[in-house]
Design a protein around this ligand. Structure first.
Ligand SMILES: NC(=O)N[C@@H](CC(=O)O)C(=O)O
Ligand SMILES: [Zn+2]
Ligand SMILES: [Zn+2]
Length: 425
């Protein structure tokens, strides 16, 4: 059955909007053009809205198996679909951890059963992400691991990281690192700067992230590995990545919306909805992240969607888990704050959330081309709405953006040619 998405505005290579129709059949795009029409096709009316490739999020937490009270693959993937994502990579800090063929198969089965979009699972770098016993990259890759990470914790021992990088290089998969040196944390809950002192809360120094990135880029060079840095948050981290790229090391990096939008001084009070790892840093750190987007040091945007329950986030930062949700607010917030203000172009934002993310992992998604998977979204750039965490499809309500007004909402999501989210009229 052929479908035609009719009268939509596509952003072309030059960044201009072009009115087109998009035909799709068997889950693939079959034609794009001004006069594309297929007799007998089912028509999806686009009403002149902007069409973009379905977004690709390389850093997400779906919590299933093991923490279904926080999120499930069904709720997390539906939340992602609502936010305009059609491909998401799921981090391995679940219970069990995808650290064996058996656990990988379990997770693949759960995804098959309940995901409404494409969910690509990470394999872990060490057993039970405890940093001790290395996993088999070869086996986990053979069973669908999109890449390898121990996200949630840093790999403390250089030797463990180095050995896994050598294996990853051999199997041409990317090592993805949450960088955090545990000997430098001291039980902090927010950035070690000015605001944590005002609030009397223990700090997380910038060096606990940057020193591990500096170590890892040198290990990646020695191992010949492809290395991707999660949620870069500090100016020193940016410098380490920039210098490594300049030296020809195969490193890529992501940034989260919240680190581009917020800084430590924005934290209103000891409220756990502002607690995430890495924490909101200083204004100079935020500025350096923006500069790193512009010069290509940072490659893509990833949400690090990290749902937790209201109970876990109720009572101040100390004792609460790190993490905030991100799927349903990422695009409108970034569009409103950075595209509407003229800082970024619409094409830049879309590319950072789709094709640029896909390229890091050689994923054939995130583009609108004949022959590619029919994954696309419609965005209503004029639609303005107040963010209301109570209305999230995600089980998580943990966001610092509740009550913010934003424009540019995804209103329709098509995955492999089928509508998987449509805004209620
Ligand atoms: N980012 C977070 O604050 N939390 C993540 C773990 C992680 O990404 O490090 C989580 O799993 O909750
Ligand atoms: Zn992390
Ligand atoms: Zn994470």
């Amino acid at each position: 059955m052929t479908k035609v998405l009719h009268n939509v505005q596509m952003v072309n290579e030059q960044g201009e909007l072009q009115t087109v129709n998009i035909a799709m059949a068997d889950g693939k795009i079959t034609a794009i053009g001004q006069n594309v029409n297929v007799a007998g096709a089912e028509m999806i009316e686009g009403n002149g809205l902007v069409v973009a490739p379905g977004f690709v999020d390389v850093h997400t937490h779906l919590r299933e198996p093991g923490f279904e009270h926080k999120e499930t693959i069904a709720t997390g993937s539906a939340s992602a679909a609502k936010g305009g994502f059609t491909t998401i990579c799921a981090m391995p800090n679940t219970k069990p951890v995808p650290d064996s063929v058996e656990n990988m198969q379990l997770i693949n089965g759960l995804i098959k059963e309940s995901a409404v979009i494409r969910v690509l699972p990470y394999g872990s770098l060490t057993k039970d992400i405890s940093g001790e016993v290395r996993t088999s990259i070869e086996e986990l890759k053979a069973h669908g691991a999109v890449a390898f990470s121990d996200d949630g914790v840093g790999i403390q021992l250089a030797a463990t990281m180095y050995e896994q990088m050598k294996d990853a290089a051999q199997h041409d998969v990317v090592v993805v690192a949450h960088c955090e040196d545990n000997s430098l944390i001291y039980d902090g809950v927010m950035h070690e700067g000015k605001r944590n002192q005002e609030l009397g809360l223990p700090g997380i120094p910038s060096i606990c992230e940057s020193v591990q990135i500096a170590r890892d880029v040198l290990l990646a060079e020695a191992a010949g590995a492809r290395y991707h840095v999660c949620h870069v948050s500090t100016k020193e981290s940016v410098r380490a990545v920039r210098d490594a790229k300049a030296a020809g090391i195969r490193v890529t990096a992501e940034v989260c919306p919240h680190h581009l939008l917020l800084e430590e001084m924005d934290i209103p009070s000891d409220d756990a909805n502002w607690k995430m790892n890495p924490p909101l840093r200083g204004a100079d750190d935020k500025d350096s992240l923006h500069a790193a987007m512009m010069d290509g040091t940072i490659d893509c945007i990833a949400t690090d969607h990290a749902p937790h329950t209201v109970e876990e986030k109720c009572c101040g930062m100390v004792g609460a888990p790190f993490g905030i949700v991100g799927f349903e607010t990422a695009f409108p917030l970034l569009y409103t704050q950075f595209v509407e203000t003229g800082k970024w172009t619409l094409k830049q934002l879309i590319d950072w959330m789709s094709v640029k993310a896909a390229q890091i992992f050689d994923l054939p998604y995130g583009t609108l081309e004949v022959g590619s998977s029919a994954d696309m979204i419609l965005i209503d750039l004029q639609k303005e709405q107040t963010i209301d965490a109570e209305g999230f499809v995600s089980k998580g309500r943990n966001t610092p953006f509740n009550g913010w007004v934003a424009k540019g909402w995804p209103v329709l999501t098509i995955f492999e040619g089928n509508i998987v989210y449509q805004e209620a009229e």
